[in-house]
Design a protein around this ligand. Structure first.
Ligand code: IPE
Ligand code: IPE
Ligand code: MG
Length: 253
């Protein structure tokens, strides 16, 4: 069945003609939401303004992902390295995240399951509490998994998984010789979720920046110079069309 044709109305940034969606969609699309600061800079505004616009775009695109039938969409919200930023910028990002969590019931109404990945222990209590609530209340929803990476780092995730596995070995529940790649996947924050098929990074940077490094082992990469607040529905359609034309071999022929 052909998927419907979507365009974003009233977008000031949309210059290309609307692109139709392909029939084949990836199982899991990962988004590195980069370029907010440069976007604000271009408008002569403070970086915080870029994060606000980036958050608006995230809300629109995450709902769009659900509406077009993507099963798993993950978004890089805040990395383990982002604490290096000035305190007022970190605070602004955390406040936007809080505002977002307060409005998140609309995802539950749309039967979206919310999953948070990353080390929560360093986050404010109110964030941790709300994240847990949303995960609990949406755990049976089947429409799409919305995965949000907050205080997330791929290396930190592997460190954490290694600790969990070591504890199982120490407790005599796991034999070291029985450790497989699946054991590692099962102990990551993303346990039970599929690996990334398509990784999208706007803003012109050509790197993973510690995002889902284990899960992206065989991902297809899509890079564009468009900055995150301008990466609209039409840009996503373009990326999906590009993905549909790739030949994935996974080492075979
Ligand atoms: C991404 O935009 C948002 C976060 C990392 C939280 P940036 O803030 O990195 O924007 P640029 O890369 O400086 O333009
Ligand atoms: C990656 O963007 C992190 C998020 C988008 C949350 P950064 O802007 O932090 O990455 P680098 O510093 O350019 O690698
Ligand atoms: Mg950046």
């Amino acid at each position: 069945m052909a998927l419907p044709f979507f365009t974003k109305k009233n977008s000031q940034t949309q210059t290309d003609s609307a692109i139709a969606l392909p029939e084949v969609l990836p199982q899991h699309v990962g988004f590195i939401m980069d370029g907010n600061g440069r976007w604000a800079n271009k408008c002569g505004m403070p970086r915080k303004f870029g994060h606000k616009e980036g958050a608006k775009n995230f809300k629109d695109l995450s709902l769009y992902c659900r509406d077009i039938g993507l099963r798993n969409a993950s978004f890089y919200v805040f990395s383990t390295e982002n604490w290096k930023r000035p305190q007022d910028e970190v605070d602004a990002i955390m406040d936007l995240f809080w505002d977002y969590l307060c409005e998140a019931d609309q995802y539950l109404e749309r039967r979206v399951r919310m999953v948070f990945v990353g080390d929560r222990s360093r986050l404010q209590d109110r964030l941790q509490k709300r994240m847990q609530e949303l995960e609990e209340d949406s755990k049976d929803f089947e429409k799409m998994n919305l995965i949000l990476a907050i205080n997330y780092g791929g290396r930190d995730e592997i460190r954490h998984a290694t600790q969990c596995i070591a504890q199982q070995v120490q407790a005599g529940k796991l034999d070291p010789s029985a450790i497989t790649e699946q054991t590692i996947s099962d102990n990551l924050y993303t346990a039970g979720l599929p690996d990334v098929d398509l990784l999208i990074r706007p803003s012109g940077e050509l790197r993973l920046s510690n995002y889902l490094i284990w899960q992206c082992a065989y991902a297809e990469y899509y890079f564009t110079d468009v900055l995150w607040p301008d990466f609209n529905r039409n840009e996503l359609n373009k990326a999906l069309v590009d993905y549909a034309q790739r030949g994935r071999r996974f080492g075979g022929i």
